[in-house]
Design a protein around this ligand. Sequence first.
Ligand code: ADP
Length: 351
Amino acid sequence: MPRFWRRLRWQLIAAQLVVVAVGVVVLIGAADVLATRAIAPELLPAVQVAITKALIIAAVAAATVGLGTSLLLLREILRPLHEVAHSSQRIASGRYDERVEVPATEELGALASSFNQMAEVLETVEHQRILLIGNVAHELRTPLAGLEGYLEGLVDGVFPSTPETFTEMQHEVRRLRRLVDDLQTLSRVESGQVQLTFSDFDLGELAGWVLVRLQPQLIDGHLGISFMPPATPVRVYADPDRTAQILLNLLGNAIRYTPEGGTISVSLRQDQDQAQLQVCDTGIGIPADALPYIFERFYRVDPSRSRSSGGSGIGLTIAQHLAWAMAGDIVAESAGPGQGSCFTVTLPLAE
Ligand code: ADP
Protein backbone atom coordinates (compact mmCIF):
# COMPACT_ATOMS: atom_id res chain seq x y z
CA MET A 1 0.00 0.00 0.00
CA PRO A 2 1.55 3.36 -0.97
CA ARG A 3 2.60 5.74 1.82
CA PHE A 4 -0.18 8.28 1.21
CA TRP A 5 -2.88 5.59 1.60
CA ARG A 6 -1.32 4.47 4.92
CA ARG A 7 -1.19 8.10 6.07
CA LEU A 8 -4.84 8.61 5.10
CA ARG A 9 -5.78 5.48 7.07
CA TRP A 10 -4.11 6.76 10.22
CA GLN A 11 -5.57 10.23 9.73
CA LEU A 12 -9.07 8.74 9.58
CA ILE A 13 -8.53 6.66 12.76
CA ALA A 14 -6.95 9.62 14.57
CA ALA A 15 -9.92 11.84 13.60
CA GLN A 16 -12.37 9.37 15.15
CA LEU A 17 -10.29 9.07 18.37
CA VAL A 18 -9.97 12.86 18.67
CA VAL A 19 -13.79 13.12 18.55
CA VAL A 20 -14.05 10.51 21.33
CA ALA A 21 -11.35 12.24 23.45
CA VAL A 22 -12.97 15.70 23.10
CA GLY A 23 -16.36 14.21 24.02
CA VAL A 24 -14.93 12.57 27.16
CA VAL A 25 -13.08 15.73 28.33
CA VAL A 26 -16.15 17.95 27.79
CA LEU A 27 -18.37 15.43 29.59
CA ILE A 28 -15.98 15.20 32.59
CA GLY A 29 -15.80 19.01 32.85
CA ALA A 30 -19.58 19.49 32.48
CA ALA A 31 -20.42 16.67 34.91
CA ASP A 32 -17.98 18.08 37.48
CA VAL A 33 -19.43 21.61 37.29
CA LEU A 34 -23.06 20.42 37.37
CA ALA A 35 -22.45 17.88 40.16
CA THR A 36 -20.71 20.49 42.37
CA ARG A 37 -23.71 22.80 42.02
CA ALA A 38 -26.58 20.32 42.29
CA ILE A 39 -25.42 17.65 44.73
CA ALA A 40 -24.96 17.91 48.50
CA PRO A 41 -21.23 18.15 49.44
CA GLU A 42 -21.27 14.93 51.49
CA LEU A 43 -22.54 12.94 48.49
CA LEU A 44 -20.20 14.59 45.97
CA PRO A 45 -17.12 12.26 46.20
CA ALA A 46 -19.25 9.13 45.66
CA VAL A 47 -21.13 10.73 42.73
CA GLN A 48 -17.84 11.90 41.17
CA VAL A 49 -16.41 8.37 41.39
CA ALA A 50 -19.58 6.96 39.79
CA ILE A 51 -19.52 9.57 36.99
CA THR A 52 -15.82 8.98 36.29
CA LYS A 53 -16.37 5.20 36.11
CA ALA A 54 -19.35 5.66 33.78
CA LEU A 55 -17.34 8.03 31.59
CA ILE A 56 -14.39 5.65 31.39
CA ILE A 57 -16.71 2.82 30.31
CA ALA A 58 -18.40 5.17 27.78
CA ALA A 59 -15.01 6.38 26.47
CA VAL A 60 -13.72 2.83 25.99
CA ALA A 61 -16.97 1.81 24.24
CA ALA A 62 -16.94 4.96 22.02
CA ALA A 63 -13.26 4.45 21.14
CA THR A 64 -13.90 0.80 20.24
CA VAL A 65 -16.92 1.69 18.11
CA GLY A 66 -14.98 4.62 16.57
CA LEU A 67 -12.11 2.32 15.68
CA GLY A 68 -14.53 -0.23 14.25
CA THR A 69 -16.35 2.34 12.09
CA SER A 70 -12.99 3.77 10.96
CA LEU A 71 -11.89 0.35 9.81
CA LEU A 72 -15.24 -0.19 8.10
CA LEU A 73 -15.01 3.19 6.38
CA LEU A 74 -11.46 2.39 5.37
CA ARG A 75 -12.59 -0.84 3.78
CA GLU A 76 -15.63 0.73 2.10
CA ILE A 77 -14.03 3.96 0.84
CA LEU A 78 -10.29 3.61 0.70
CA ARG A 79 -10.16 0.18 -0.89
CA PRO A 80 -12.20 1.19 -3.99
CA LEU A 81 -10.26 4.47 -4.24
CA HIS A 82 -7.00 2.59 -3.98
CA GLU A 83 -8.20 0.19 -6.66
CA VAL A 84 -9.10 3.10 -9.01
CA ALA A 85 -5.67 4.69 -8.46
CA HIS A 86 -3.92 1.37 -9.06
CA SER A 87 -5.96 0.63 -12.22
CA SER A 88 -5.36 4.09 -13.68
CA GLN A 89 -1.63 3.46 -13.34
CA ARG A 90 -2.01 0.16 -15.16
CA ILE A 91 -4.04 1.84 -17.95
CA ALA A 92 -1.38 4.55 -18.24
CA SER A 93 1.18 1.78 -18.78
CA GLY A 94 -0.86 0.35 -21.69
CA ARG A 95 -3.15 -2.25 -20.02
CA TYR A 96 -6.38 -0.97 -21.63
CA ASP A 97 -8.41 -4.04 -20.58
CA GLU A 98 -8.14 -2.99 -16.91
CA ARG A 99 -11.48 -2.55 -15.05
CA VAL A 100 -12.38 -1.99 -11.37
CA GLU A 101 -15.01 -3.76 -9.28
CA VAL A 102 -18.13 -1.58 -8.84
CA PRO A 103 -18.83 -1.20 -5.07
CA ALA A 104 -22.40 -1.17 -3.69
CA THR A 105 -22.11 2.37 -2.24
CA GLU A 106 -23.95 4.78 -4.57
CA GLU A 107 -21.27 7.49 -4.90
CA LEU A 108 -18.31 5.11 -5.08
CA GLY A 109 -20.30 2.89 -7.45
CA ALA A 110 -20.85 5.91 -9.74
CA LEU A 111 -17.11 6.72 -9.57
CA ALA A 112 -16.13 3.13 -10.41
CA SER A 113 -18.68 2.95 -13.26
CA SER A 114 -17.40 6.23 -14.77
CA PHE A 115 -13.86 4.95 -14.45
CA ASN A 116 -14.77 1.69 -16.22
CA GLN A 117 -16.57 3.66 -18.94
CA MET A 118 -13.48 5.82 -19.48
CA ALA A 119 -11.30 2.70 -19.62
CA GLU A 120 -13.65 1.20 -22.22
CA VAL A 121 -13.49 4.31 -24.42
CA LEU A 122 -9.69 4.32 -24.16
CA GLU A 123 -9.61 0.64 -25.12
CA THR A 124 -11.84 1.30 -28.18
CA VAL A 125 -9.67 4.24 -29.26
CA GLU A 126 -6.55 2.12 -28.89
CA HIS A 127 -8.19 -0.71 -30.82
CA GLN A 128 -9.13 1.70 -33.63
CA ARG A 129 -5.59 3.08 -33.69
CA ILE A 130 -4.15 -0.42 -34.12
CA LEU A 131 -6.78 -1.20 -36.76
CA LEU A 132 -5.97 2.05 -38.60
CA ILE A 133 -2.25 1.25 -38.74
CA GLY A 134 -3.09 -2.23 -40.05
CA ASN A 135 -5.48 -0.81 -42.66
CA VAL A 136 -3.03 1.85 -43.83
CA ALA A 137 -0.27 -0.75 -44.18
CA HIS A 138 -2.65 -3.01 -46.11
CA GLU A 139 -3.75 -0.20 -48.44
CA LEU A 140 -0.16 0.87 -49.13
CA ARG A 141 0.88 -2.70 -49.84
CA THR A 142 -1.36 -3.08 -52.92
CA PRO A 143 0.11 -0.28 -55.11
CA LEU A 144 3.60 -0.97 -53.75
CA ALA A 145 3.33 -4.66 -54.72
CA GLY A 146 2.20 -3.55 -58.20
CA LEU A 147 5.18 -1.21 -58.59
CA GLU A 148 7.58 -3.85 -57.28
CA GLY A 149 6.19 -6.35 -59.80
CA TYR A 150 6.75 -3.96 -62.71
CA LEU A 151 10.27 -3.08 -61.54
CA GLU A 152 11.23 -6.76 -61.13
CA GLY A 153 9.73 -7.51 -64.53
CA LEU A 154 11.78 -4.69 -66.11
CA VAL A 155 15.01 -5.85 -64.39
CA ASP A 156 14.45 -9.50 -65.44
CA GLY A 157 13.44 -8.45 -68.96
CA VAL A 158 9.96 -9.97 -68.55
CA PHE A 159 8.40 -6.54 -69.20
CA PRO A 160 9.63 -4.48 -72.15
CA SER A 161 10.71 -0.92 -71.33
CA THR A 162 7.89 0.53 -73.39
CA PRO A 163 5.74 3.62 -72.68
CA GLU A 164 2.85 1.22 -71.84
CA THR A 165 4.81 -0.38 -68.99
CA PHE A 166 5.78 3.03 -67.61
CA THR A 167 2.17 4.22 -67.93
CA GLU A 168 1.08 1.25 -65.80
CA MET A 169 3.75 2.11 -63.24
CA GLN A 170 2.61 5.73 -63.25
CA HIS A 171 -0.92 4.49 -62.60
CA GLU A 172 0.27 2.70 -59.43
CA VAL A 173 2.26 5.75 -58.27
CA ARG A 174 -0.85 7.94 -58.77
CA ARG A 175 -2.86 5.48 -56.73
CA LEU A 176 -0.27 5.68 -53.97
CA ARG A 177 -0.31 9.49 -54.06
CA ARG A 178 -4.12 9.61 -53.97
CA LEU A 179 -4.12 7.31 -50.97
CA VAL A 180 -1.51 9.38 -49.11
CA ASP A 181 -3.44 12.60 -49.91
CA ASP A 182 -6.69 11.01 -48.70
CA LEU A 183 -5.00 9.84 -45.49
CA GLN A 184 -3.67 13.32 -44.84
CA THR A 185 -7.10 14.88 -45.41
CA LEU A 186 -8.67 12.21 -43.19
CA SER A 187 -6.27 12.92 -40.33
CA ARG A 188 -6.96 16.67 -40.68
CA VAL A 189 -10.75 16.36 -40.75
CA GLU A 190 -10.83 13.84 -37.91
CA SER A 191 -8.69 16.05 -35.68
CA GLY A 192 -10.78 19.12 -36.60
CA GLN A 193 -7.75 20.84 -38.13
CA VAL A 194 -9.21 21.39 -41.57
CA GLN A 195 -9.31 25.04 -42.60
CA LEU A 196 -12.82 26.15 -43.54
CA THR A 197 -13.73 29.41 -45.25
CA PHE A 198 -17.44 29.99 -44.73
CA SER A 199 -19.49 32.04 -47.12
CA ASP A 200 -23.06 32.43 -48.30
CA PHE A 201 -23.58 30.71 -51.71
CA ASP A 202 -26.21 29.05 -53.91
CA LEU A 203 -25.98 25.25 -53.44
CA GLY A 204 -27.87 24.63 -56.72
CA GLU A 205 -25.32 26.61 -58.71
CA LEU A 206 -22.44 24.73 -57.06
CA ALA A 207 -24.09 21.35 -57.78
CA GLY A 208 -24.52 22.39 -61.45
CA TRP A 209 -20.81 23.30 -61.64
CA VAL A 210 -19.75 19.93 -60.11
CA LEU A 211 -21.96 18.09 -62.63
CA VAL A 212 -20.33 19.95 -65.51
CA ARG A 213 -16.91 18.86 -64.19
CA LEU A 214 -18.05 15.24 -64.06
CA GLN A 215 -19.61 15.32 -67.53
CA PRO A 216 -16.76 13.32 -69.21
CA GLN A 217 -17.11 10.51 -66.63
CA LEU A 218 -20.89 10.47 -67.02
CA ILE A 219 -20.48 10.15 -70.80
CA ASP A 220 -17.80 7.45 -70.40
CA GLY A 221 -20.11 5.45 -68.11
CA HIS A 222 -23.10 5.92 -70.46
CA LEU A 223 -25.05 7.34 -67.55
CA GLY A 224 -28.05 9.60 -67.66
CA ILE A 225 -28.26 12.56 -65.30
CA SER A 226 -31.29 14.39 -64.02
CA PHE A 227 -30.97 17.70 -62.20
CA MET A 228 -33.47 20.51 -62.01
CA PRO A 229 -32.28 23.24 -59.64
CA PRO A 230 -35.18 24.88 -57.76
CA ALA A 231 -36.60 28.11 -59.22
CA THR A 232 -35.38 30.15 -56.24
CA PRO A 233 -31.73 29.84 -55.15
CA VAL A 234 -31.05 27.69 -52.07
CA ARG A 235 -28.42 29.72 -50.24
CA VAL A 236 -26.34 27.92 -47.64
CA TYR A 237 -23.70 29.08 -45.19
CA ALA A 238 -20.75 26.71 -45.66
CA ASP A 239 -17.31 26.35 -47.28
CA PRO A 240 -17.96 26.18 -51.07
CA ASP A 241 -14.72 24.26 -51.84
CA ARG A 242 -15.39 21.63 -49.16
CA THR A 243 -19.03 21.36 -50.24
CA ALA A 244 -17.83 20.76 -53.81
CA GLN A 245 -15.45 18.09 -52.45
CA ILE A 246 -18.40 16.33 -50.76
CA LEU A 247 -20.50 16.46 -53.94
CA LEU A 248 -17.59 15.23 -56.06
CA ASN A 249 -17.21 12.26 -53.72
CA LEU A 250 -20.91 11.38 -53.70
CA LEU A 251 -21.30 11.82 -57.46
CA GLY A 252 -17.99 10.02 -58.08
CA ASN A 253 -19.30 7.06 -56.08
CA ALA A 254 -22.65 7.16 -57.89
CA ILE A 255 -20.78 7.00 -61.23
CA ARG A 256 -18.46 4.25 -59.98
CA TYR A 257 -21.21 2.03 -58.60
CA THR A 258 -23.81 2.47 -61.35
CA PRO A 259 -23.59 0.17 -64.37
CA GLU A 260 -23.86 1.50 -67.91
CA GLY A 261 -27.28 2.80 -68.89
CA GLY A 262 -28.15 3.78 -65.31
CA THR A 263 -29.31 7.20 -64.13
CA ILE A 264 -28.07 9.55 -61.47
CA SER A 265 -30.58 12.06 -60.09
CA VAL A 266 -29.67 15.11 -58.07
CA SER A 267 -32.37 17.04 -56.24
CA LEU A 268 -32.26 20.02 -53.95
CA ARG A 269 -34.82 21.34 -51.49
CA GLN A 270 -35.19 23.52 -48.46
CA ASP A 271 -36.40 22.06 -45.17
CA GLN A 272 -36.95 24.57 -42.33
CA ASP A 273 -33.45 25.97 -41.65
CA GLN A 274 -31.59 23.36 -43.73
CA ALA A 275 -30.82 22.71 -47.35
CA GLN A 276 -31.07 19.06 -48.44
CA LEU A 277 -29.22 17.87 -51.49
CA GLN A 278 -29.88 14.31 -52.55
CA VAL A 279 -27.77 12.20 -54.92
CA CYS A 280 -29.60 9.04 -56.00
CA ASP A 281 -28.46 6.38 -58.44
CA THR A 282 -29.89 3.27 -60.03
CA GLY A 283 -26.67 1.34 -59.30
CA ILE A 284 -25.62 -1.74 -57.39
CA GLY A 285 -27.20 -0.56 -54.11
CA ILE A 286 -26.00 -1.28 -50.58
CA PRO A 287 -27.07 -4.31 -48.48
CA ALA A 288 -28.95 -3.37 -45.29
CA ASP A 289 -26.29 -4.96 -43.05
CA ALA A 290 -23.53 -2.85 -44.69
CA LEU A 291 -25.39 0.51 -44.51
CA PRO A 292 -24.39 1.32 -40.89
CA TYR A 293 -20.69 0.90 -41.74
CA ILE A 294 -20.19 2.66 -45.05
CA PHE A 295 -19.02 5.92 -43.39
CA GLU A 296 -16.35 4.06 -41.40
CA ARG A 297 -12.73 4.38 -42.48
CA PHE A 298 -11.64 1.79 -45.07
CA TYR A 299 -15.02 0.06 -45.08
CA ARG A 300 -16.02 -1.27 -48.49
CA VAL A 301 -19.00 -3.44 -49.27
CA ASP A 302 -17.02 -5.27 -51.95
CA PRO A 303 -13.29 -4.62 -51.34
CA SER A 304 -12.04 -6.12 -54.62
CA ARG A 305 -14.50 -4.14 -56.76
CA SER A 306 -13.93 -0.84 -55.00
CA ARG A 307 -10.12 -1.27 -54.88
CA SER A 308 -9.85 -2.17 -58.57
CA SER A 309 -11.75 1.00 -59.44
CA GLY A 310 -9.32 3.05 -57.35
CA GLY A 311 -11.48 3.46 -54.25
CA SER A 312 -9.62 3.95 -50.99
CA GLY A 313 -12.64 3.34 -48.74
CA ILE A 314 -12.19 6.64 -46.90
CA GLY A 315 -13.99 9.04 -49.28
CA LEU A 316 -17.29 8.86 -47.38
CA THR A 317 -15.53 9.17 -43.99
CA ILE A 318 -13.89 12.41 -45.18
CA ALA A 319 -17.16 13.67 -46.72
CA GLN A 320 -19.13 13.03 -43.52
CA HIS A 321 -16.54 14.73 -41.30
CA LEU A 322 -16.48 17.73 -43.65
CA ALA A 323 -20.30 17.95 -43.49
CA TRP A 324 -20.15 17.74 -39.66
CA ALA A 325 -17.50 20.49 -39.58
CA MET A 326 -19.94 22.73 -41.49
CA ALA A 327 -22.82 21.93 -39.05
CA GLY A 328 -24.35 19.56 -41.60
CA ASP A 329 -24.60 15.81 -42.08
CA ILE A 330 -24.74 13.02 -44.67
CA VAL A 331 -27.03 10.00 -44.50
CA ALA A 332 -27.26 7.01 -46.81
CA GLU A 333 -30.27 4.95 -47.85
CA SER A 334 -30.65 1.95 -50.09
CA ALA A 335 -33.44 -0.57 -50.65
CA GLY A 336 -30.76 -3.27 -51.06
CA PRO A 337 -28.47 -4.84 -53.67
CA GLY A 338 -29.41 -3.86 -57.21
CA GLN A 339 -31.92 -1.27 -55.95
CA GLY A 340 -29.71 1.84 -56.17
CA SER A 341 -28.65 4.18 -53.35
CA CYS A 342 -29.44 7.68 -52.15
CA PHE A 343 -27.12 9.97 -50.21
CA THR A 344 -28.57 13.10 -48.60
CA VAL A 345 -26.36 16.01 -47.59
CA THR A 346 -27.82 18.61 -45.24
CA LEU A 347 -26.26 22.03 -44.74
CA PRO A 348 -27.45 25.05 -42.75
CA LEU A 349 -29.27 27.71 -44.78
CA ALA A 350 -27.74 31.16 -44.91
CA GLU A 351 -29.66 33.63 -42.72
P1 ADP B 1 -14.55 4.04 -51.96
O1 ADP B 1 -13.40 4.93 -52.26
O2 ADP B 1 -14.19 2.62 -51.76
O3 ADP B 1 -15.71 4.26 -52.87
P2 ADP B 1 -16.11 5.40 -49.98
O4 ADP B 1 -15.77 5.75 -48.57
O5 ADP B 1 -16.42 6.53 -50.89
O6 ADP B 1 -14.94 4.52 -50.50
O7 ADP B 1 -17.32 4.39 -49.95
C1 ADP B 1 -17.32 3.31 -49.05
C2 ADP B 1 -18.10 2.13 -49.62
O8 ADP B 1 -19.50 2.47 -49.68
C3 ADP B 1 -17.72 1.78 -51.03
O9 ADP B 1 -16.61 0.92 -51.08
C4 ADP B 1 -18.98 1.11 -51.55
O10 ADP B 1 -18.97 -0.25 -51.16
C5 ADP B 1 -20.10 1.83 -50.80
N1 ADP B 1 -20.73 2.89 -51.64
C6 ADP B 1 -20.50 4.21 -51.61
N2 ADP B 1 -21.29 4.87 -52.47
C7 ADP B 1 -22.04 3.93 -53.09
C8 ADP B 1 -23.04 3.97 -54.11
N3 ADP B 1 -23.45 5.12 -54.67
N4 ADP B 1 -23.60 2.80 -54.48
C9 ADP B 1 -23.23 1.62 -53.91
N5 ADP B 1 -22.28 1.52 -52.97
C10 ADP B 1 -21.68 2.65 -52.55
